[in-house]
Write a protein that binds this ligand. Structure first.
Ligand SMILES: *Cc1c(COP(=O)(O)O)cnc(C)c1O
Length: 437
């Protein structure tokens, strides 16, 4: 194992937190897994092209255009499967669907291509992807750094499950690179941050954080659910692993629960082994839905970026709206962002309605186009109030500390016509003082 490899996973001679799994990472590895029927495209092609074609299974028997749904739990044993058992390459041969299935390989190859990565694993949910990653890439006696406002499920996993599993966690303000740096300890193995936070859409300085991680010899895991590779590719700026709730933008139609982990094959093999033990594999039908959704990811994201920017510009001028959060609005809030890393800022807009929670609830009920529901990233617009949904377990004081003020509404902007969405907002918000828009 090279010095770089040792450093890359946070292992150094003499550490008390010996990463005993280290030697497993030295076996020669290829990208994939894929079969000879899977379409592997040059990663330098445009996202629009990769989204449609990468990973497709070209069926030699029927010539089917599009990946068949390999709805099976097991595969005939042959010389290749026996060979895989004896040399430990079980990830590369279809044997049993929890281990791997051509439907999974298709969608994994597509997601890996879009993120510019060697390999990916798809899982049964975003939380399955995150839990498998955190467990696989740390060991007892290690330390993890994350943000106090990460996704609630991630926060609960880190706060409730990690200490009893022998991993200590420090939560910091992700927007303060100095705080991230100060939290690093000799035994820090993993940093976990998000490209954009929920619900206030803070954009941590991931370039600076990746430099801190590599100086510390720790891995940087980035949850790219809110931006997707169309807007931002964390691996390009030094992240080691990307995780997704594919339930959101990647699948994009609010009809499948799935997750993904993306990165170098040597890390992904380890994460894959963890998903086997946790049992979080993605079923073939969900793989099909995810693969189909992904084909239009760049089209959807460009429309959603644009719609969200237009909506945030409209809301900013409205006097019944006291604050609007969206990175495209720029300003001091986003000053620390290294903006050259972003091709777009996503389809989420959060804003505060004058008059607090009661006024915001009444406003949401007057909207006719978006559904009032949690989740995000689908083709249809959704609205919800973080204060009485995702963040309802926080005390008033904690909410205030994070910046979740009364009247905060989170809008996941869909692909509808933006003029229609703005008309709907205009009709639902209290009339302006001067009726002149
Ligand atoms: C929804 C979400 C998750 C969890 O994903 P599931 O698919 O619901 O398990 C994790 N991270 C972020 C940022 C999310 O929005």
């Amino acid at each position: 194992m090279s010095q770089n490899d040792r450093a890359a996973i946070g292992f150094e001679e003499g550490r008390t937190t010996t990463a005993e799994w280290f030697d497993e990472l030295t076996r020669r590895r290829v990208t994939g897994p894929v079969s000879t029927q899977h379409r592997v495209l040059d990663r330098s092609l445009a996202a629009e092209t990769l989204a449609v074609h990468a990973g497709s299974y070209e069926d030699p028997v029927t010539g089917s255009v599009g990946t068949p749904i390999f709805q099976t739990t097991t595969f005939l044993l042959d010389d290749a499967s026996y060979g895989a058992f004896s040399d430990g390459s079980l990830r590369d041969v279809p044997i049993y669907t929890r281990y791997g299935n051509p439907s999974q390989w298709s969608v994994q190859e597509k997601i890996a291509a879009l993120e510019g990565a060697e390999s990916a694993v798809v899982t049964s949910s975003g939380m399955s992807a995150i839990a498998s990653t955190v467990y696989a890439l740390t060991n007892r006696g290690s330390h993890i750094v994350s943000a106090y406002d990460v996704y609630g499920g991630t926060y609960n996993l880190l706060r409730d499950d990690m200490p009893s599993a022998g991993r200590e966690v420090t939560f910091v303000d992700a927007n303060d690179p100095q705080a991230v740096k100060s939290a690093i300890r000799p035994e820090t193995q993993l940093l976990l941050f998000e490209t954009l936070t929920n619900p206030l859409l803070k954009a941590p300085a991931l370039g600076a954080i990746s430099r801190i991680a590599s100086e510390a010899g720790a891995l940087l895991v980035v949850d790219n659910t809110f931006l997707t590779p169309v807007n931002m590719r964390p691996l390009d700026i030094g992240a080691d692993i990307v995780v997704h709730s594919a339930t959101k933008y990647l699948a994009g139609h609010s009809d499948v629960t799935a997750g993904a982990v993306v990165g170098r094959r040597k890390f992904l093999d380890r994460v894959w082994a963890q998903t086997l033990r946790f049992g979080g594999s993605l079923d073939p039908l969900s793989c099909f839905l995810l693969e189909r959704g992904l084909k239009t990811l760049p089209l959807r994201i460009k429309t959603q970026n644009n719609n969200a920017r237009r909506i945030s510009e409209y809301l900013r001028t409205h006097d019944a709206v006291t604050a609007v959060y969206h990175p495209d609005l720029g300003g001091a809030r986003y000053a620390a962002m290294e903006s050259e890393n972003y091709r777009g800022f996503g389809g989420m807009v959060s804003f505060e309605v004058k008059g607090g929670d009661a006024a915001a609830l009444a406003f949401m009920e007057r909207l006719t186009l978006p559904y009032v529901a949690t989740s995000l990233g689908g083709v249809e617009s959704l609205v919800s109030m973080p204060g009485n949904t995702s963040h309802s377990s926080l005390t008033e004081k904690q909410k205030a500390l994070i910046g979740i003020n009364p009247g905060l509404v989170r809008y996941s902007v869909g692909i509808e016509d933006v003029g229609d969405l703005i008309d709907d907002l205009r009709n639902a918000l209290p009339p302006r003082c001067e009726e002149s828009d």
